[in-house]
Ligand binder design. Sequence first.
Ligand code: ASP
Length: 593
Amino acid sequence: MKPPPDNRFRNAWGGDARAAAVGEQLRVAGWVHRRRDHGGLIFIDLRDRAGLLQLVFRPEAPEAHAAAHRLRSEDVLCATGTLARREQGTVNPKLPTGEVELHVSEFELLSDAETPPFQVDEDDDVDEALRLRHRYLDLRRTRMRSGLELRHEVVRTMREHLDAEGFLEIETPILTRSTPEGARDYLVPSRTQHGSWYALPQSPQLFKQLLMVAGYERYYQLARCFRDEDQRADRQAEFTQLDIELSFVEEDDVIELCDRLLQAVLAAGGIEVSLPLERVSYDDALLRYGSDRPDRRPGMEIADLGEVFTESEFKVFAGALAAGGVVRGLRIPGGGELPRKRFDELTEEAQALGAKGLVWAVVEDGGWRSPIAKFLSDEEIAGASAVLGAKPGDALLVVADAAPTAARVLGELRLKVAAAAGPADDAPEHDLFWVVDFPMFERSEDDSRWNPLHHPFTAPTGDLDGDPGSWRSRAYDIVLDGFEIGGGSIRINRPELQQQVFEALGIGPDEARERFGFLLEALRYGAPPHGGIAFGLDRIVALLAGRDSIREVIAFPKTGSGADPMTGAPAPVDERQLRDLGVRPAPGAPKGA
Ligand code: ASP
C-alpha cells in the first residue's frame, strides 16, 4: 500500500514496518488490538489497515508509559517512536512486522472505546445476530477483513479483464419496472403519481439488451439486484451480480470469453483452472448427478438401470418402467460398512423427498444383501452391479419412480452420503464446468402452464412450430463446487419470436405490450444478435474465501429473514410519509418515528 499522508496522526502504516526501517522515527495510528503489561514494559499491538505493529512503552518515557496503563482494547491512538529490532527470542515469525517494534516516546489518545460485546482480536465463533448488530466491530476482525480484501481483488480482476477486452461499464436504473427473473419484486411507491410503483431490478436484463440495441456491443456492470424471495438457503434480498452483455455473438463466444474471465478471477483466489472448461448437457447432469448444478467432486454417479430391469418380476421396478418412469441407482464405495439403521434413515429421507421408496443393497461375493434380493434374478443382480461398477463391500441405492423424482431423490441422497463420508482422497479440490442445452420451459408447480427455466428473453431452438415442451434454450450456466455461480443465454433479437415465447408462457399480446412494450418496440429498430451472462459475485467470493455463507463476504448483509439488526431495517415509517405516497398503513401496523 502507498504510505499514508504525512500528517499529525501518522507518517507510515504500522502494519508495513519492516526491519529495513529500523532506527527511523515513525508516527503510526490505529486501534489497540491487544495490550500486555509486563511489569515495567507495556506492549500494545496496534492495528491499522496494513496489519499489526507492536508498540513498546518503556519507563524511560514516563509520561507515555503512565498513560499507556490506562489504554484499553479498541481505543484509538497515534504514537511516535523509534523503530527498533526486537530482542532475540521475542521475534514473532507469524507477523510480517514480527522482527520489529516501535519504542514509543509520545502518544495521543484520540478516542476511547467501551468494552466490545465480543472479542475483536480473535476470530472465534460469536453469535451471528450479535456480530450483525455490531457489524462495525465484526468487520475489524481479521477474518472479515480478509474476505472483503479478497472481494476487492476479485472485483478488480473482473474490471481489469473486461476493460482489456473492450467492455464499457455502464449503470442502469434502480428505480425501474419489473424484470421477470422468477422472484417477487421489491416495490417503491411513487409520491408524484399515487398508485404507481417502481420495481427494484431483479436484474438489469432488459436494460443491457437495450444497450445492445443502442450499439454499445460490450457492456458490463457490477449490478445490485433485488429479489423478494423467502430467504431459504443462503440468499440475500439484495445481492451483486457481474452483469455482461455482448453483440454479434453466439454461445461459444460468450462461453470462451467467460472461460478467460473465470480463469483470471479464480487465479485471484489462488485457484488454477485449465481451459477450455468442460461443458456438460443439462440432461446428462440430471441423469448422472440428479441436479443441474451438481457437485461432481464426490463421484458416485447415478446410472440408469432401466435396461437391466426391463423384464423384471419385481413389481416396484416393473411398475415404474411400465408407467414411463425410470429405475436408477448409485454406488456408495465401501458403503457395506454402513449400519442397517443408516439405510433406514436414507429410506425415510428418500420418502421425505417424494420417492415412493428406496431400495438398498450391500454387494457381497456372489450376490446382494438386500430386503428385495429375493425378488431379483441372478442376471439382474449381476447386471445392475456391472452397470454401477459395484464391488463387494459397496452399497447401492436404487430408486424406481418418475424420472424427475428419481433424479431429485438420488441427487440429494448422493450429496448427503458424500457429506457424511467426507471428501475422498482422490476428489479434486474444485470443480468448475458449464451446463448447456437446457429445456426452454418447465411445467409450473400446479402444472397449469409453462415457466421459463431461465427468463423469457432467452432464445429458444428446436422445432418452434411444435410443442414448447420440446424446445431447448440457448442458455448456459456455470457451476463451481456444486453452486451455480452464473448463467446467461443468447437472447431473442426479433420481435415476432419474442411474441411467440410470451404466448407460449401465456402472456397475451395486450399484457406483453403493457409490460414489455418498450422491449418489443426496441427490437423493431435493428437489434443485433446478442447474448450475455450474469455471475453471482457474493457466491464466487464466498467460495474462493472458503466461507459457507455469502454473509461472510458482504460488509453489511441482512439476516435470513431479511432484517438488519444494526440499523433496524425494515422499520415502520411515519404516517405522514405514507400519506405523501398515497399508501395506507396496514391495519395494526406499528407506528413509525
Ligand atoms: N439476467 C440473468 C439473471 O439475472 C442473467 C442473464 O441472462 O444474463 O440471472
